[in-house]
Design a protein around this ligand. Sequence first.
Ligand code: GAL
Length: 715
Amino acid sequence: MIHTRRLLLVILLIVEVRPAFAQAPVWTETAPGIWKATAGVPESYDLLKASGAEPVREAIAAITPAKFPLSETDITFKVVDGKTYLRFPLQKEEQLYGFGLNFQTVHQRGKILQLHVDHYGGKDNGRTHAPTPFYVSSKGYGVFINSARYLNVYAGTAVRKDSKNAPLAKDRNTDKSWSSRPYSDAVEILVPAAGVEVYVFGGPTALDAVRRFNLFNGGGYLPPRWGLGFTQRVKTLYTAEDVKKEVAAFREKGYPLDFIGLEPGWQSKSYPCTFSWDSTRFPDPAGFVQALLKDNIRVNLWTNPYVSPDAPNYKAILPYTGSHTVWNGLVPDLTMPEGRKIFFDQLQKNQVAIGVSGYKIDEVDGYDYYLWPDVASFPSGLTAEQMRQTYGLLVQRYSADLFREQNKRTFGLVRASNAGGTSFPYVIYNDYYNHEDFITALINSGFAGVLWTPEARASKSAEEWLRRFQTVVFSPMAMINAWASGTKPWSYAEVAEPIKQLALLRMQMMPYWYTAFARYHFQGIPPFRAMNLEEGFVAETKKESGSTSLEENPYAEAVSKEIKDQYMAGDYLLVAPLFAGQQSRKVVLPKGRWYDFYTGAFAGDGEVITVSPGLEKIPVFVKDGGIIPMMQPLLHAPASGQKVDLTVRHYGEKPASYLLYDDDGETFNYEKGEYSWRKIIVEKDRSGKWKGSISAPVKGKPNTVGKVTFECMTK
Ligand code: GAL
């Protein structure tokens, strides 16, 4: 009897510890066009919990309605041995994008990845600064796995024996069409946990799915206007006097500057950090910060989160830190309110309260030899793996609160993020420095719900410096990071003038950038994104019998390939950078008419063109009917309440209708309705002449628009 009971107990235990069951997922529409299903028992900590992201339901509801985009019966979930197996169908001609901030590839079908927060090590293998577990299909839907674990992804690589479309076995001896990687009809994902939440985002277009994902994560952050100006990060051991001199040089030479970044040397000790000013280099921090603010320059401070034994909060925070150290500094468990308070109080009192405008939060991504190992433990009970996948989210979330409490917007830098981080005021950067790959990362950031800056540091030649700077200007954060090099925008004398003109162009385009970010915030449209999200960019190139062959149709051939060196910026711009050593390049112009940004001349329609713009220009094209609102080339972003005159450029032959976003540019009052969208219309009058108009300012709302003039670029 006892024996039987024991046996029963053992069987029960086995069943409990090692359940193995396949599950037909049950999908619930949690927001319009967004469905959720649960596999097994999801963990209590995940990416959405770590980030605290809240869906913007009204904005999601305003997107074109969508039906569940996949065949439900072709999705399977299974929990075996404490791990979750997910399978999603793939069709033959489908392409996949996303799976985080990749640097070398845009097409992800055929990849095997382990999504793991890390510094980028030169390979698109899943280890990256934002390994967002979200993919988008060219068929117009997205899938998100809400897990704070390292996920193994087989993105159309594995073939099951019960596959509906299993490829035929072929004979390698004789059959030339034999392939070592036969066609796979599924994305399969292994989650090392006994359950997980899965979300499916409807289309109908891939951009709609991306928009839903971004809005589900709270919508993009709306930076303050000054965040879209120019920023210089100074040499690491600069003193207050050095910084003041540098700021004065920008002014005297006529280069714009909105915020200046101090690197590790502002702290008394760094790596690990004291989070306290160094009194020899910065004897009067408050006076220093305030003096710069008077000159319209904000201060951004570098830090990593590892607490030095000499930090004032070391003893207090000790009980709320992980088992292992980083450079002998403590790792705060930022999921614990007590530890969090001790950590952020120091930053608040010492820096934010005296007027510091933001942070650059370094080293939260990885390099395994520096960071806590996977065997580390944390007092909250979270594992080292969960902490690694979410630390970037945690530092962003809680540092952002410091500024929100003051009703001030910030805009800073961070080296790690993940799903859920879309609404945080941070741009990702890293130590890698391949210019082409920086552009591919910019493209992929739009699929990963993050922002990325292709920062310029130094260059081997004036040509490279100019080429890098051109892309800096057409990116989320226009920055030189001179922490090691001390490079200034004017350091390469031969190109100092064109660099200045580019920096001023960045300032002129501020109304355009600001509206693009407002669209990210309110509508989820990434301000910088892949060609694959562009209407008119057709990826299908089915060869119909009797039609021209692919070779004779370079456009069809081009769009069937991966395009990773040109991108969309804001509503209307297509940016096609040149890299050092290149005199000309091919640009794929999607269907629809496109115009040269500088001259307004017609450039092409659904074709591949070759451009040789010379060293001083980065090729930029504008969609037909495009509107680019520009302001004067100010040296600083307009201050709150400052009115600026606008020149509204119109391109092409189509009439235009554009909504220009406006608010105070600095606070969160827009969340209480303190904003407006001013309608700009450019159309032909009866005599066939172009006429432009802008709607009246909305009563009682902030109005920064002065005189408006219109310029028709296409003659
Ligand atoms: C690196 C960071 C650089 C710079 C440097 C300062 O980790 O990526 O941008 O801040 O630290 O030590």
